[in-house]
Ligand binder design. Structure first.
Ligand code: PMP
Ligand code: GLN
Length: 386
């Protein structure tokens, strides 16, 4: 007997949890789940300790600690010239994950189609399903994972009401350029769509620049912009996130969010408020470090015989396993600990169109250089399968 509600059937355990468990079970190097293996900045950790000791230990206001909401509004203005109301235009959440869920639960009608890019971050599929919507993926294809205007047009239906966009994009590492974003913005304006944008890797760009969709003409009133502290400050376990935008969209997400977790993580919100002023400086330093790690791992994967799709941002690189005589990324990843002592993620887990992603494998490079080097040595031992 299955007790799981119909809308969640097929979601099982996330691929990240599965692959981290595989790494722990086998002792393999974990280049699967995207988390840094070094700690975030000590002064931000100390700010959290100070907030705990200062007695910031009760419920935060439902939409977040005012100092953090102000810090988010200042970040948006300083970095992108975006004006948001720090009071009614910002909602603090448990990571971007809760912001995405709250946005969909608050904005998506059961009959709505939600357009998203594929491969897609796994929580999108689950939260669209929880909201009762239907996902309509637009497939990004290698080698450059660019947005195909025809595929975009083909994914639109009479029921499309929302676009759930992610750039810089996990898992491909693609950073959408202005022309691609303009295609999406034009579609939103023409069809009167609401855009929800996931920009958690906004500071982790190595080539090109991150352009928030909300800055494009006609988008300010229809875009809810989501980000979080985890990637920018290497504090993925803190789960401090936020959504910002026009008050009606923020209020819709807030209505759902108050019944998901209400509010919490109060001391971490105080520390995040303190940290966010340094996001630009810290983000630049981190992006420079990660860019070198990208180069390191890309070179290593090439030396191991894989065809690398070099990312412009994020923590991740995708490699095509076909030069090794293999085409099943899932089988490759499950056998990789035994064959090479390394764990990676089968990118196909993020596709509806399995054929489009079956030969791709995602490796995370947000790891110490010596860990990457050891993984590279191990991967070089891979022998092509005939
Ligand atoms: N969106 C994307 C694209 C991600 O890669 C992640 C994972 N880190 C999240 C959202 C979740 O962010 P958070 O940890 O802040 O919930
Ligand atoms: N965002 C991380 C990744 O893509 C994983 C987050 C999670 O485990 N849910 O690897």
């Amino acid at each position: 007997m299955t007790v799981l509600a119909t809308r969640l059937r097929g979601f099982g355990t996330t691929i990240f949890a599965e692959m981290t468990a595989l790494a722990q079970r086998t002792g393999a190097i974990n280049l699967g789940q995207g988390f840094p293996d070094t700690d975030g900045p000590a002064e931000i950790v100390e700010a959290a300790v100070a907030a705990l000791r200062a007695g910031h230990n009760q419920y935060a206001p439902a939409t977040g600690v005012p100092a953090l909401k102000t810090a988010v509004a200042e970040h948006q203005r300083r970095r992108y010239g975006i004006e948001v109301d720090p009071d009614e235009g910002v909602l603090v959440t448990f990571g971007a994950t809760e912001a995405i869920a709250a946005a969909l639960l608050g904005l998506c009608e059961p009959s709505d189609d939600v357009l998203t890019l594929e491969p897609y971050y796994d929580s999108y599929a689950a939260t669209i399903a929880m909201a009762g919507g239907r996902r309509r993926p637009v497939t990004l294809r290698p080698p450059d994972f660019a947005l195909d205007p025809d595929a975009l047009a083909a994914a639109i239906t009479p029921a499309t009401r929302l676009v759930l966009l992610n750039s810089p994009h996990n898992p491909t590492g693609r950073v959408l350029d202005r022309a691609e974003l303009e295609l999406i913005a034009a579609l939103c304006r023409e069809r009167d769509l609401i855009a929800i944008t996931d920009e958690v890797y906004e500071h982790l760009v190595f080539d090109g620049e991150h352009i928030p969709l909300v800055t494009l003409p006609g988008m300010a009133q229809r875009t809810l912009t989501i980000s979080s502290l985890g990637k920018t400050f290497s504090l993925t376990g803190w789960k401090v996130g936020w959504a910002s935008g026009p008050p009606p969209l923020v209020a819709a997400a807030a209505t759902a969010k108050q019944f998901l977790s209400f509010a919490g993580g109060t001391p971490l919100q105080h520390a995040a408020a303190n940290a966010l002023g340094r996001a630009d400086v810290h983000g630049r330093r981190l992006a420079a470090e990660l860019s070198a790690k990208r180069d390191r791992l890309c070179a290593g994967l090439e030396a191991a015989g894989l065809a690398v799709h070099r990312p412009a941002g994020t923590y991740f690189v995708n490699a095509d396993i076909r030069p090794l005589g293999e085409s099943d990324g899932r089988a490759f990843c499950w056998s990789l600990p035994e064959r090479a002592g390394v764990v990676a993620v089968p990118t196909v887990a993020f596709y509806d169109d399995h054929e489009a992603g079956s030969h791709l494998v995602r490796f995370a490079f947000c790891k110490r250089d010596e860990v990457l080097d050891e993984a590279i040595v191990r991967l070089r031992a891979l022998t092509p399968r005939s």
